[in-house]
Design a protein around this ligand. Structure first.
Ligand code: FAD
Ligand code: UDP
Length: 376
């Protein structure tokens, strides 16, 4: 059969390989000049740092099958994300852990004492937090919320934390020990040669015909396919007929320096009067080679509302967007011959591991349907 896949990120690549291995012909359309989607990496010709062009990406998962899948296509180096944060002119450790609590309050609390201490600070009247701010106040109390979350979140999302869902904060742990691992997942690492090399290996199959710099719309005008797997923005597919789904975009302000600029990969800037949210220094995402590099490349990260010309990064998912999304999802369900996948096709924030897990599940469903000769 003849399939068209739109988008050469993880979602499109995983499905392309699966179909190609079953003997199908796969045409892969990617409008950018490179594969990898938002995980794209390449080595800078000047500083020789492996750059993560759409923001730093750390692979972390609890899914063993996803971890095993990516190992087939790349050598992973161990990497633990240990974020630092500047607030009120001092450097702290994130996520909030015993070190942060003791430093911030000038104490020497042990785990149980710290738990009791934060319990006294937290707002016990909030039984069922309805928004980001309530979640923070009930979890860590007003001082830590003001110092680390209020200003940063205002900059990141451009709205008051009271209008954001509690789920955004629930992504982060609060620990009463000195564990400063940003993620809880058992499998964590970064591919030694970067994500683009990994995805290149996934796509390395003679049945996959990759077309870079090619919009899907141009391909389907010239050719018909048995089925399309679309990982681009769902509202774009339907020509924005229900309005645009809102995104936050990021501006990355690059600067190079000699040696080591900040001594760590990520430094968050939590104060509202600093216009950027964080500085990432990309050579520290590759500690196995950082010491050999004489130069360094950093990016100040600024968040703002995306215009139609900007790259979409974080789906906003507030009430207006969610009702629009529902209309698009209903339309998608009744549109034959197309499946919508991935972070843009479903308008969700998805980590890489979840993207891959969902693409692998989609492959299992495709197999079932093809075996029964029913439409996909
Ligand atoms: P994408 O990677 O966006 O790929 C979609 C592709 O489709 C793009 O290449 C696009 O150009 C192409 N396309 C769209 N429309 C068309 C069209 N009409 N025609 C042709 N091509 C089209 N996840 C983690 O696990 N760890 C992290 O540390 C992490 N950090 C992140 C940091 C930031 C700032 C952001 C925004 C995300 C981060 N993620 C992270 C999430 C990660 O980027 C996603 O999980 C992943 O990119 C999803 O892959 P995808 O294939 O669904 O989408
Ligand atoms: N956050 C914050 N201060 C920080 C780090 C995170 O206020 O120093 C908030 C912010 O609203 C962010 C959310 O916590 O969107 C989730 O953090 P995460 O690190 O997962 O953000 P992302 O990786 O999406 O940028």
């Amino acid at each position: 059969m003849k399939f068209c896949i739109v988008g050469a990120g993880f979602s499109g690549a995983v499905i392309a390989r699966h179909l190609a291995k079953q003997g199908h012909t796969v045409t892969l359309a990617e409008e950018r000049s490179h594969i990898g989607g938002n995980c794209h990496t390449s080595r800078d010709p000047d500083t020789h740092v492996m750059l993560h062009h759409y923001g730093p990406h750390i692979f972390h998962t609890a899914h063993q099958h996803v971890w095993e899948y990516v190992q087939k296509f790349a050598t992973f180096q161990p990497y633990i994300n240990r974020v630092k944060a500047i607030s009120g002119g001092r450097v702290y450790s994130l996520p909030i852990n015993l070190f942060t609590i003791n430093q911030f309050f000038g104490k020497t609390l042990r785990p149980e004492e710290a738990q009791e201490f934060l319990k006294e600070k937290s707002d016990a009247s909030i039984k069922n937090p309805q928004n980001f701010e309530e979640q923070a106040l009930s979890m860590i109390g007003p001082e830590l919320y003001q110092a680390f979350f209020r200003g940063y979140t205002l900059k990141q999302w451009g709205v008051d934390p009271t209008s954001l869902p509690a789920s955004i904060l629930k992504r982060l742990p609060v620990r009463f020990n000195y564990d400063d691992n940003y993620f809880n997942h058992p499998y964590q690492g970064i591919p030694k040669e970067g994500y683009t090399a990994l995805i290149e290996n996934i796509l390395d199959h003679p049945n996959i015909h990759l077309h870079l710099n090619t919009e899907f719309e141009a391909l389907t005008a010239a050719e018909t396919y048995d089925h399309v797997f679309y990982t681009g923005p769902i509202d774009r597919y339907f020509k924005y007929c229900h309005g645009r789904l809102g995104y936050r975009t990021l501006d990355f302000e690059r600067f190079d320096a000699d040696g080591d600029y900040q001594g760590t990969a990520v430094m968050n800037y939590c104060d509202e009067d600093v216009p950027y949210t964080r500085i990432s220094e990309h050579k520290h995402f590759a500690p196995w080679e950082a010491a050999h590099l004489k130069k360094t490349t950093c990016f100040r990260e600024y968040s703002r509302l995306a215009t139609p010309e900007d790259a979409p990064y974080y789906p906003i998912r507030l009430t207006t967007e969610m009702s629009r999304l529902e209309r698009y999802l209903n339309q998608a369900e009744t549109t034959e011959g197309v499946s919508f996948l991935g972070r843009l096709g479903t308008y969700r924030y998805l980590d890489m591991d979840r993207t891959i897990a969902e693409a692998l599940s989609a492959c299992a469903v495709i197999d079932q349907k093809l075996a029964q000769s029913s439409p996909i």
